[in-house]
Design a protein around this ligand. Structure first.
Ligand code: PXP
Length: 236
C-alpha cells in the first residue's frame, strides 16, 4: 500500500493572493498529517509564487513526518537545500510561464549535469528523486546518474480520457516495472485526484504518491484534514 505525500503549495497560493500570513502553511501541514499524510511536499519555485524560503525552513523545524522539497536543479536551489536539509528532494524542470510543472526532467539529455546535482544533494544525506515522464530511457538514466528514486509524471494519464488514458496507464506500468527492477524507489504524482488515483495506487512496487491540487481544492468544502483522510482511504 503506497504512502501518501501531500503537497501544500496551494495553501501558500491563497496566502500570497493577499501577501499576508493566512492561511497558515504550518497549520496546513499539521492538518494534513492529522488526516493521514505520510509526508509533506512543497515546491520552492524560482519566482516564489507560493511557497517562500521561510515556509521551507519553518516546516523543516516543526514537521514530525518527512519533508520533501520539490525544486529545479539550479545552483540557487542546491545552495538552499544543502542548508535546510529536508529528508528528500524531488528535482523538477521549471519554466516561469507555466501554471504548474508541465512534464518530467530530461535526465537522459543532461546526464553529467544531473549526476553532479545528485551528488551535491546526496552528499548532505538528502535522498534524491527525479521527476520523469514514464519512459524507460529516463528511468535508466535516473539510475545511471545516482538518483535514489524516481517520481513518475502522471499528468498525461490524469488529463487523458477513455482508451487514451488506458494507454497512458500502460506507459506508467512499464516505467514502474523498470524502476523497480533497477532498485529505484518508485513514486508518482501530478494531476492525481479522487477519481483517477486508484489505478496508480495499485501499481506493484509503488512507494509514495504525491498529491496537491485536488486535495487542497476539496479542502475548501470539507476541511484539509478530511480531504486528506478521504484521499488516504482511496490510496489504501
Ligand atoms: N509531483 C510533482 C513533481 C509536482 O511538480 C507536483 C505539482 O507541484 C505534484 C507532484 C503534485 O501535483 P498536483 O498538485 O497536480 O497534485
Amino acid at each position: 500500500m503506497p504512502l501518501l505525500g501531500i503537497n501544500i503549495d496551494h495553501v501558500a497560493t491563497i496566502r500570497e493572493a493577499r501577501r499576508g500570513d493566512i492561511p497558515d502553511v504550518m497549520n496546513a501541514a499539521h492538518a494534513a498529517v492529522a488526516g493521514g499524510a505520510d509526508s509533506i511536499t512543497v515546491h520552492l519555485r524560482e519566482d516564489r509564487r507560493h511557497i517562500q524560503d521561510k515556509d521551507v525552513a519553518g516546516l523543516r523545524k516543526i514537521l514530525k513526518v518527512r519533508l520533501n522539497l520539490e525544486m529545479a536543479p539550479t545552483e540557487e536551489m542546491i545552495r538552499i537545500v544543502r542548508v535546510i536539509r529536508p529528508a528528500s528532494v524531488c528535482l523538477v524542470p521549471e519554466k516561469r510561464q507555466e501554471l504548474t510543472t508541465e512534464g518530467g526532467l530530461n535526465v537522459h539529455g543532461q546526464m553529467s549535469r544531473m549526476r553532479e546535482v545528485c551528488q551535491k544533494i546526496k552528499s548532505k544525506g538528502i535522498m534524491v528523486s527525479l521527476f520523469v515522464d514514464p519512459k524507460t530511457n529516463q528511468i535508466q538514466s535516473a539510475k545511471d546518474v545516482g538518483a535514489d528514486a524516481v517520481e513518475i509524471h502522471t499528468g498525461n494519464y490524469a488529463e487523458a480520457k477513455g482508451d487514451a488514458q488506458a494507454e497512458e496507464l500502460k506507459k506508467i506500468h512499464q516505467a514502474a516495472d523498470a524502476a523497480v527492477q533497477l532498485g529505484l524507489k518508485l513514486n508518482a504524482g501530478h494531476g492525481l485526484d479522487y477519481k483517477n488515483v486508484q489505478p496508480v495506487a495499485h501499481i506493484t512496487g509503488m512507494h509514495e504518491l504525491n498529491i496537491g491540487f485536488s486535495v487542497i481544492a476539496r479542502s475548501v468544502f470539507v476541511g484539509l484534514e478530511q480531504a486528506v483522510r478521504e484521499m488516504k482511504k482511496l490510496v489504501e
